[in-house]
Design a protein around this ligand. Structure first.
Ligand code: SF4
Length: 326
């Protein structure tokens, strides 16, 4: 079996595929209100081009694929793309990251097309706090989550970005919500991605403190969850609830990094926290042969840096989280 490794010996088995940089929400740590400088649609990779690139990655040993955005469900006919990708040799795990505002409409089709599991961003259970963070409606997201349960996505993971003075007080409520619905919960630290991300870092919460707080309320045991992401899981004793801690700032996980990102315009970003990238679109639109595409992917993997510098150089990353899909 072919496997892909970077120059630090890390196996790259996972691609986060951003199918749009657009979104119907405006989360304070991601996309600024009034932002309109989106990628031109003619620069978006077509479904054929995405399928071709992911086929090349599959042949190199990548088997995990996460569909992200912006908000992926704003891209039309997404289930058709998922069907194409779920038939690719080597790709055996397709998941989706969404804000769930449109999940009620698309959940069944996406499940049928091949999405096995989903992550939903949910930073608050209080409508006014949710609105203050996302400029959106909580009830739409909760309805989307119920639709996801109905069609049988498993697991359903909740991503909560914990922010001091914003939603930090809701950590226990979110634990109870996930216990009640059988969701997996993940807490995420804010990251200095773009100006919005840097502003959010003013509300930074070290998740070691959140874990200590939860350990004073619940018995937490080491936990394990399927998936290729960076979360460190704990299990609440006597329950099925797994709680994940995603700690890029307090305890980074770069030494075990297994992923790269493909942005909507066909650029391979080798690291969320660095600018090392390689655009594939010019090559694809110049009619490159498969070997040339494979060579370009290998070249990109060779560019992959050892780690982020969020602490050392928080001003470094200009792009917002939505541009490469977190
Ligand atoms: S910051 Fe970069 S190297 Fe570290 S885990 Fe994320 S993508 Fe991997």
């Amino acid at each position: 079996m072919t496997t892909l490794h970077d120059k630090f010996g890390r196996r790259i088995e996972y691609v986060r595929l951003s199918v749009t940089d657009q979104c119907d929400l405006r989360c304070v740590y991601c996309m600024p209100m009034g932002f309109h400088d989106f990628e031109e649609p003619e620069h978006w990779l077509s479904f054929e081009e995405i399928e071709r690139v992911m086929r090349a990655f599959g042949a190199l040993g990548v088997h995990r694929l996460r569909v992200t955005g912006g908000e992926p469900l704003v891209r039309r006919n997404l289930p058709e793309l998922v069907s194409r990708l779920s038939g690719l040799p080597g790709i055996d795990d397709i998941s989706l990251s969404t804000n769930a505002t449109r999940l009620r409409k698309h959940a069944h089709e996406l499940r049928e097309a091949g999405v096995a599991r989903i992550n939903v961003s949910l930073d608050s259970l209080r409508p006014e706090v949710f609105k203050a963070i996302t400029h959106g409606k909580l009830e739409k997201v909760l309805d989307g989550l119920m639709a996801a349960k109905e069609v049988g996505f498993a697991p359903i993971k909740i991503n909560m970005v914990v922010m001091k003075g914003v939603n930090e007080g809701e950590v226990e409520d979110m634990v109870r919500f996930c216990l009640e619905h059988g969701f997996t919960l993940r807490f995420i630290e804010t990251m200095p991605m773009g100006d919005t991300g840097r502003d959010a870092v003013d509300h930074y919460v070290d998740l070691r403190d959140v874990r200590a707080r939860l350990e004073s309320r619940f018995e937490l045991l080491p936990g394990v969850m399927p998936g290729g992401g960076p979360a460190r899981y704990m299990k609440v004793a006597g329950t099925d609830l797994n709680i994940g801690f995603i700690t890029p700032i307090s305890q980074h996980f770069c030494e075990t990094c297994n992923r790269v990102r493909l942005s909507v315009d066909g650029t391979i970003y080798t690291c969320l926290g660095q600018e090392h990238n390689l655009p594939l679109r010019p090559l694809l639109r110049a009619g490159c042969r498969d070997e040339e595409l494979t060579r370009a992917i290998l070249e990109a993997i060779d560019l992959k840096p050892e780690r982020h510098e969020f602490r050392e150089k928080p001003e470094k990353i200009l792009r917002f989280m939505s541009m490469t899909g977190g």
